[in-house]
Write a protein that binds this ligand. Structure first.
Ligand SMILES: Cc1cc2nc3c(=O)[nH]c(=O)nc-3n(C[C@H](O)[C@H](O)[C@H](O)COP(=O)(O)OP(=O)(O)OC[C@H]3O[C@@H](n4cnc5c(N)ncnc54)[C@H](O)[C@@H]3O)c2cc1C
Length: 396
């Protein structure tokens, strides 16, 4: 265990921040995690976790536990929301998949994943979890980083890792001109017990996505198949609020003519709470001296490849290993971290961005997309996803 008095400060108790606290804490570092919420309460819905991610969780000794809590979907099925035609199907099980990828593709309730990470954190006496602590800014001098909190406290540490999400305040301090990029789309999410879900949904055992002009819906089983996670993503004028009558009318018009499976999802979707769909421009210089960004704060992405949480978890493990390699030189670890992670995360952001209009195309564009994607077989998809699902350092 290394000698270290001032803790490493981690801001943000999301998946990225908590995983970072686990990885540093397991190496014997003093860690102080600061989360703005009154309780670091795991919230959320389902997340898909690509085969690139489970090996990361395994390095934290959590692979088996996560696998136990996960659902293993049979495939990713993309359907045309107007015709119901299959656009592509990517099998996630079977000999060809297993030959190419080292770990399974999983779907897991974010609460379960977060809980597993939080439990691992709580077992570490050198990790101090602080709730109701909103960080407003940082300053650094010599070997010390100080953060200011909304309730006027100053907390000192040896380094600062900002895992404060898409709307990161600490990124704003590092890159004042940079702002998240809103797409004009919003997501609504719901989880329903399987036996309460429409029968068409109960029959599908994979990740099913139906895509239309200006919207998509996606659903998949969780928790041994006992629950079904659903997401509806819609292009909505900025002025419309979910409580407005016009909001419902707008979504009804957007999805008019869609196959009954889309209406099934709409029938059970919670339309009161929504998430803005936004990403960040890939920007170099995540770090400044003893301060670095991590996770969405560094490289928030659209959901097209379902890899935002995956990238945050990869970040956490990579950064932890670099900090152990350079225990007295966080600035060096942070510079190497960015060098190791920038291109991969930028590619996730930019490929996700390029897929977005294709997923939401209409008219001739949708017909051409369908024709192009229908030409691809499973091996073609595996080859396209290889860089992502099978990163070089994970190949055995
Ligand atoms: C609809 C939708 C579906 C998604 N599906 C998937 C998927 O299938 N697979 C996948 O991999 N990813 C998915 N994602 C993306 C994924 O949720 C994020 O990329 C991931 O949660 C980022 O983790 P993070 O820890 O970096 O940030 P966050 O989870 O945003 O955590 C940031 C934390 O910082 C705290 N915080 C913020 N500001 C401060 C402050 N000033 N002081 C203290 N604390 C602060 C917040 O309260 C929060 O707890 C999806 C996202 C959405 C919106």
């Amino acid at each position: 265990m290394r000698k270290q008095n001032a803790p490493v400060i981690v801001v943000g108790g999301g998946l990225g921040g908590v995983a970072t606290a686990v990885t540093l804490g397991q190496q014997g570092m003093q860690v102080r995690l600061l989360e703005q919420s009154a309780e670091i309460a795991p919230i959320g819905y389902g997340v898909q976790i690509g085969p690139n991610v489970l090996p990361m969780l395994a390095r934290l000794g959590l692979g088996e536990e996560v696998l136990q809590a996960a659902y293993l979907p049979d495939d990713i099925l993309l359907l045309d929301a107007r015709s119901g035609d299959t656009i592509f199907r990517i099998p996630l099980k079977g000999e060809a998949f297993e030959r190419r990828f080292t770990a399974p593709y999983i779907a897991i309730h974010r609460v379960d994943l977060h809980e597993i990470l939080l439990r691992a954190c709580r077992k570490l006496p050198n990790v101090d979890l602080n709730q109701a602590t909103t960080v407003t800014s940082y300053a650094q001098q010599g070997d010390t980083v100080q953060v200011r909190t909304a309730d006027d406290r100053t907390i000192s540490g040896s380094a600062l890792i900002a895992a404060d999400g898409l709307r990161s305040r600490l990124r704003a301090q590092l890159h004042p001109a940079d702002i998240w990029r809103d797409t004009g789309y919003v997501a609504h999410r719901t989880i329903v017990p399987r036996d309460k879900a429409p029968s068409r949904m109960r029959d599908r055992r994979g990740v099913t996505m139906l895509t239309g002009a200006g919207f998509h819906v996606i659903y998949y089983p969780l928790r041994g198949g006992d629950e079904i996670n659903m997401v509806g993503v819609f292009q909505v004028p900025a002025a419309l609020e979910p409580a407005d009558v016009e909001y419902g009318r707008h979504i009804a018009a957007l999805t008019a003519g869609a196959v009954p499976e889309v209406q099934d999802v709409l029938g059970v979707l919670n339309m009161t709470r929504r998430w803005a769909i936004a990403d960040r421009e890939p920007v170099r210089r995540w770090h400044e001296g003893r301060v670095t960004l991590l996770g969405d704060a560094a490289h928030a992405t659209l959901q097209s490849l379902a890899q935002g949480a995956g990238m945050a978890l990869e970040d956490a493990v990579t950064l932890g290993e670099l900090m152990v390699a350079h225990p007295d030189d966080p600035a060096r670890a942070f510079a190497q971290f960015e060098r190791k992670r920038f291109m991969r995360t930028a590619r996730v952001v930019l490929e996700s961005r390029a897929l977005w209009p294709q997923f939401h195309a209409g008219g001739v564009e949708a017909e051409v997309r369908n024709a192009q994607w229908q030409e691809r077989n499973a091996e073609d998809h595996y080859r396209c996803l290889d860089w992502l699902w099978n990163p070089k350092e994970e190949r055995r």
